[in-house]
Ligand binder design. Structure first.
Ligand SMILES: [Zn+2]
Length: 371
């Protein structure tokens, strides 16, 4: 297969006019099978990786349901998200165990849909004061032994774990956990100094920057300032047009650069569904248009998808190549899969998305086959 006539994403140069070739599951320097896909006037980008979304298509990772997880994987693939690392909510340990076991079985059985490349444990090691839409009943002090039980149950699939660094035992937890998984500072009241300590202890990411944490102000730079001062830290950004003002999206790209911004969708189960009432981690969420809220008005996840978030970033003024980098490259680097996916060099997986001039998904290629 040759995808020809389009502008192809290039890590160094942004976009270049060239052919993208593959005859099997991996990209190759040339193609001999005679098939051509005409991508004239289109953009050709790597398949995206969403490292933080909870659900879609009526299902949620936290359900611990095999068919639901498959429905999520299939929906994401149709949207051009070829790698998924869905996130769990704050739940009791036995339910998180079920989540981890279900995910491990999904991968073992090679179920259809986007590649399940990891899971992200957003809860339960979070601050009560900043729990957002997480269920306060099941919050837990950071606990490395619990994390070990969960990572074992997930057969190595846990790639990200969130923690509030001001909670008791959090710094020891970060030191220990960061040897195996990417620890992300989240749902926290941490000030600048505490966040700096967390990053120096080994945390390498911030969960949905600005959301569920103190702000970035002139004498209190908080988590945002500490992350900026630690070049090894990447920051997640929900770019659904609801969670973060467009001006702040532009500012974050200027401050951190696309190589440190991880675009995420943070969707809940109503993504890809109609307006109505849905469950999120045991709490009722009302969805109306782009808004998903708890009864008290707290924003409870989004109802978009990562491809739409990337498009939103562009509509806010972020250059397309930067938005693609933050939706395809940086997330893959954040969870350690960039050697296989996330860019379009020969030898990498033939996972590519063709976008039309309006950035709508025109075609998705996955392991060398058109979806
Ligand atoms: Zn959250």
């Amino acid at each position: 297969m040759k995808i020809s006539g389009g502008r192809v994403f290039d890590l160094q140069r942004g976009f270049v006019e060239r052919e993208l070739c593959f005859d099997g599951p991996l990209l190759t320097p040339d193609s001999r099978d005679g098939q051509v896909f005409d991508a004239s006037g289109c953009w050709v980008i790597p398949g995206l990786t969403d490292v933080h979304f909870h659900g879609c298509r009526g299902a949620d990772l936290s359900d611990g349901d095999a068919d639901g997880l498959q429905a999520m994987a299939e929906y994401q693939l149709s949207r051009g998200v070829t790698q998924i690392c869905p996130a769990g909510m704050t739940l009791p340990e036995d339910r998180l165990m079920k989540v981890c076991q279900t995910a491990a079985a999904h991968r073992r059985e090679r179920r259809p849909g986007a590649d399940l490349v990891g899971i992200n444990l957003e809860g339960p090691f979070l601050s009560r004061a900043k729990k957002g839409a997480q269920n306060g009943e099941w919050l837990h002090a950071p606990d490395a032994a619990m994390l070990r039980r969960l990572t074992d149950a997930a057969e190595g699939l846990v790639k990200l774990v969130s923690a509030a660094p001001e909670e008791p035992g959090a710094m020891d937890f970060i030191r220990e956990a960061s040897e195996e998984v990417n620890v992300s500072v989240a749902h926290t009241t941490a000030d600048y100094g505490t966040a700096l300590d967390a990053f120096r202890a080994g945390a390498r990411q911030v969960t949905h920057l600005f959301n569920a944490m103190p702000g970035f102000t002139h004498r209190s730079p908080g988590v945002v300032g500490a992350a900026l001062d630690c070049p090894w830290v990447r920051v997640e950004l929900i770019c659904d047009g609801v969670h973060i003002h467009p001006s702040v999206v532009r500012a974050v790209f200027k401050m951190f650069g696309p190589e440190r911004v991880v675009l995420i969708s943070d969707t809940m189960r109503a993504a890809g569904m109609t307006d109505g009432k849905y469950d999120l981690g045991g709490q009722e969420v009302t969805v109306k248009g782009p808004l998903a809220t708890l009864a008290d008005g707290t924003i409870a996840g989004s109802v978009t998808d990562l491809t739409a978030c990337m498009k939103a970033a562009v509509s806010f003024g972020v250059p397309l190549a930067d938005a693609v980098r933050s939706a395809a490259v940086t997330p893959a680097q954040a969870i350690g899969i960039f050697d296989r996916v996330g860019s379009l060099e020969p030898g990498k997986r033939a996972n590519a998305v063709v976008l039309d001039a309006d950035l709508a998904v025109k075609a998705v290629f996955f392991h060398g086959k058109r979806v």
